[in-house]
Write a protein that binds this ligand. Structure first.
Ligand SMILES: CC(C)(COP(=O)(O)OP(=O)(O)OC[C@H]1O[C@@H](n2cnc3c(N)ncnc32)[C@H](O)[C@@H]1OP(=O)(O)O)[C@@H](O)C(=O)NCCC(=O)NCCS
Length: 250
């Protein structure tokens, strides 16, 4: 886990909010009985979406991801998993629908890649999370989509380091895009993240503005062998008061 490198950290400044971010990792491969249970807590819309997948394996993974998300959010919101209700925020980012007058919202974001998934949750700030399986990519992909500064950073690495660094860059970028909710419509080259193995994860600049990047805190996390994982929080002025905790579901 980063910032820092591999362990959760808690940093305290003076007189500001502390953003506590929980990361819950889980597998999307579940037994039949568990799958049925998860299926039973989905909404009608979700069940219909699961049925639309052409491959059963994809539909089952969707059921597992949504079911687990409901179980996790139910725990945070203090309600039954089946009673969790979603709204769609700007640009389609799913948000928890909270009862009128309820005290604290729970911001969350879900990611899944193959068999692995994770949810980031925070009561005080928007979060975004991404996991990618590290796999061969087409020559020139970074040059086509990433910012020039990131491409230069990747080119400066030893050849053997470039693929993991590419996915480090990708997940950091996507975690930021998912924190803002904008997705790729923002333009992948409109902001710059660090890419070097020895650099702390951070947003270097947004639309050329280096100060704007400081409102976000980025961290890498261990999403399992052969994967890259990153999480991003909109910490505002409280970037030195962000604490990450990682756990596995159950
Ligand atoms: C949703 C999106 C933001 C991320 O998709 P993804 O990386 O393919 O998938 P992930 O598993 O990480 O995230 C999917 C989840 O994000 C959530 N999500 C959907 N829209 C979102 C948005 N606008 N912002 C944040 N989260 C969103 C949903 O919970 C979704 O789960 P679901 O598929 O079960 O509905 C997608 O719209 C997107 O922009 N993809 C970019 C793909 C790409 O080319 N990335 C290159 C990065 S360098």
């Amino acid at each position: 886990m980063n910032p820092g490198r591999s362990e959760p950290v808690r940093c305290h400044g003076e007189g500001h909010l502390t953003h506590d971010i929980d990361l819950v990792r889980f597998s999307l491969t579940v037994g039949d009985a568990e799958l049925q249970l998860l299926q039973s807590i989905l909404s009608e819309d979700e069940a219909a979406r699961a049925r639309r997948f052409l491959q059963q394996g994809h539909g089952d993974r969707f059921v597992a991801a949504r079911g687990r998300l409901r179980q996790i959010l139910g725990g945070y919101a203090g309600c039954e998993p089946a009673a969790v209700a979603f709204d769609s925020a700007a640009h389609g980012k799913p948000a928890l629908r909270t009862a009128a007058g309820s005290r604290e919202p729970v911001h969350f974001n879900l990611t899944h890649s193959g068999d692995v998934a994770a949810v980031a949750l925070c009561r005080s700030a928007e979060v975004g999370i991404d996991i990618e399986r590290i796999r061969p990519v087409r020559e020139g992909l970074a040059r086509r989509y990433f910012a020039a500064e990131e491409v230069a950073g990747l080119d400066a690495l030893e050849v053997a380091q470039r693929l993991p660094a590419f996915f480090r860059c990708w997940t950091r970028k996507e975690a930021f895009l998912k924190a803002t909710g904008e997705g790729i419509r923002r333009g992948l080259d409109s902001f710059v993240v660090t890419v070097g193995a020895d650099e702390d994860p951070s947003i270097v600049s947004i639309d050329g503005d280096r100060a704007a990047g400081k409102a976000y805190v980025l961290a890498d996390f261990d999403a399992g062998p052969g994967t890259a994982g990153a999480v991003c929080v909109h910490a505002g002025a409280d970037r030195n008061r962000v604490a990450f905790k990682v756990r596995d579901f159950g």
